[in-house]
Write a protein of this length. Structure first.
Ligand SMILES: NC(=O)c1ccc[n+]([C@@H]2O[C@H](COP(=O)([O-])OP(=O)(O)OC[C@H]3O[C@@H](n4cnc5c(N)ncnc54)[C@H](OP(=O)(O)O)[C@@H]3O)[C@@H](O)[C@H]2O)c1
Length: 346
C-alpha cells in the first residue's frame, strides 16, 4: 500500500564491465544483515559495495560465516560512504537507528530498503506509540509486501519491509479478507525461533532459558499486532511465542468464516491471489512445517475448513530471516529494479 508520493526508478552504474546497481548494507553483522550480505554478494544484477556494522567497533572485521561468499571487511557505519558508494541502501538496524538514518539517506538521493519497523505504521498516533523514534515518514515511503504491493514498491524511495510475523499473517489473510470470507475477529497464534529477537542475548533468549521450553511473550503488547491490524483493517488477537529453534515461524490462524462460506471458496481465494506468486506455496490440507521453508524465501500456507461450524484454521510457515527479512528485502529490490522477483533468491 502506498504511503506517500512515488519517485523515479533508480540508476544503474557500471561495475566490472556489466551494468549493475550498487548496493550497500548497514547492519551487516546482525542476523538479518548477514543474510542480506549472503544474498546480495551472489545477486547477478547488483554489486555489493559496502557492508557496515554499528560503528561501536573502529576496526574493520571479516564475517567468518561468509568467507568466500563476501571476503571484504565489514566497516564501521559511515553515512557519507553509504551515499557515495550505493544507489540502494539496505538498513538491517534496530528501528531507532533506522529512524534516524533513513530520512538522511533518502534526502541525499539514495533509495532505501528498510528491514526495521520504523516506517511501517502510517497513523501518526499509532506510530508514536509503537515506534517513538520515528518522527515522520519520508516522502515516497511504501509498505512493501511484494505479493500485494508490487506496483507501489516499484517507485518507492523507501521500501518499509513488513515484519516477519505480519508477513506470514497477511499473506494468509489478505486474500480471504478481500474475498469477504472473514466474519469477526481473527486470532493469530504465532511461534518463532530465537533469531527473531536479533543477535544480542537476553534473559528470554539465552540458550539455557529457551532450550526445552516454549513461552508466550508480549501478549497484547506486540508492535506486530498493530501492523497486522493496519494492513488487514480488522481486529486481530495476536499472541507470539518463542520456541527453541534457531529460525522459522509457524502461525496457526483461527478465522470464523462468513455464513455460507465453503471450503472451495477459501481455496479459490488463495489460489487466485497466488497463481503467479513465486514465493507463496499453497499446500491445502497437507499442512506445512518450518523445515519445509527454512533457509528459503518461501511462505507455505495450508488450511482446514469446518464448514458446518464456519471454522477455518490456517497454518503458515516461513523463515524469519529470509522471507521474513533479508529475502523479502531482496524480492523488493528485484521489484524496484524491474527484475524477475526470483533473481538471486532461487
Ligand atoms: N531477526 C529477524 O528475524 C528479523 C526479521 C524481520 C525484521 N527484522 C528487523 O531487522 C532489523 C535487524 O534485525 P536483526 O535481528 O538482524 O538485529 P541484530 O542481529 O541485533 O543486528 C543489528 C545490526 O545493527 C547494527 N547496529 C546496532 N545498533 C546500531 C546503531 N545504533 N547504529 C548502526 N548500526 C547499529 C549491529 O552492529 P554491531 O554488530 O556493530 O552491533 C548489527 O549489525 C531490526 O530492526 C529487526 O526488527 C529482524
Amino acid at each position: 500500500m502506498t504511503i506517500a508520493a512515488p519517485h523515479a526508478a533508480p540508476q544503474s552504474s557500471a561495475a566490472g564491465g556489466a551494468r549493475r546497481t550498487r548496493v550497500a548494507v548497514a547492519g551487516a553483522t546482525g542476523y538479518a544483515g548477514q543474510e542480506l550480505v549472503r544474498l546480495l554478494a551472489r545477486h547477478p544484477a547488483v554489486t555489493l559495495t559496502a557492508a557496515m556494522s554499528s560503528g561501536a567497533t573502529s576496526t574493520p572485521r571479516p564475517l567468518p560465516a561468509l568467507a568466500r561468499i563476501w571476503d571484504e571487511a565489514v566497516t564501521p557505519l559511515d553515512i557519507d560512504r553509504l551515499v557515495s558508494s550505493a544507489d540502494i541502501v539496505f538498513l538491517a538496524l534496530p528501528e531507532a537507528a533506522s529512524a534516524e538514518l533513513a530520512p538522511t539517506l533518502v534526502g541525499r538521493g539514495a533509495r532505501v530498503i528498510d528491514l526495521s519497523g520504523a516506517f511501517r505504521i502510517r497513523d501518526a498516533a499509532d506510530r508514536q506509540r509503537w515506534y517513538p523514534a520515528t518522527t515522520a515518514l519520508p516522502a515516497g515511503t511504501v509498505y512493501g509486501l511484494p505479493e500485494h504491493d508490487a506496483a507501489a514498491i516499484r517507485n518507492a524511495r523507501l521500501v518499509s519491509c513488513p515484519g516477519c510475523y505480519p508477513t506470514a499473517a497477511l499473506l494468509a489473510l489478505e486474500p480471504l479478507e478481500a474475498a469477504g470470507l472473514i466474519d469477526g475477529a481473527v486470532i493469530v497464534d504465532a511461534k518463532s525461533g530465537i533469531s527473531g529477537a536479533g543477535k544480542a542475548p537476553s534473559d528470554r533468549t539465552h540458550f539455557s532459558e529457551n532450550h526445552g521450553s516454549v513461552a508466550a511473550y508480549a501478549v497484547f503488547s506486540h508492535r506486530h499486532n498493530a501492523e497486522i491490524e493496519q494492513e488487514l483493517k480488522r481486529d486481530v488477537t495476536f499472541v507470539p511465542h518463542l520456541v527453541p529453534l534457531d529460525r522459522g515461524i509457524l502461525e496457526t490462524i483461527y478465522v470464523t468464516l462468513a455464513p455460507g462460506t465453503t471450503e472451495a471458496q477459501v481455496a479459490h481465494a488463495l489460489e487466485e491471489a497466488y497463481r503467479d506468486a513465486a514465493f507463496v506455496r499453497l499446500t491445502g490440507a497437507a499442512l506445512p512445517e518450518i523445515k519445509h521453508v527454512a533457509h528459503t524465501n518461501f511462505c507455505d500456507i495450508g488450511w482446514k475448513v469446518d464448514e458446518g461450524r464456519r471454522r477455518l484454521a490456517l497454518i503458515v510457515v516461513l523463515d524469519n530471516l529470509v522471507k521474513g527479512a533479508a529475502g523479502q528485502a531482496v524480492q523488493n529490490l528485484n521489484i524496484v529494479l524491474g527484475l524477475d522477483e526470483r533473481t538471486g533468491l532461487l
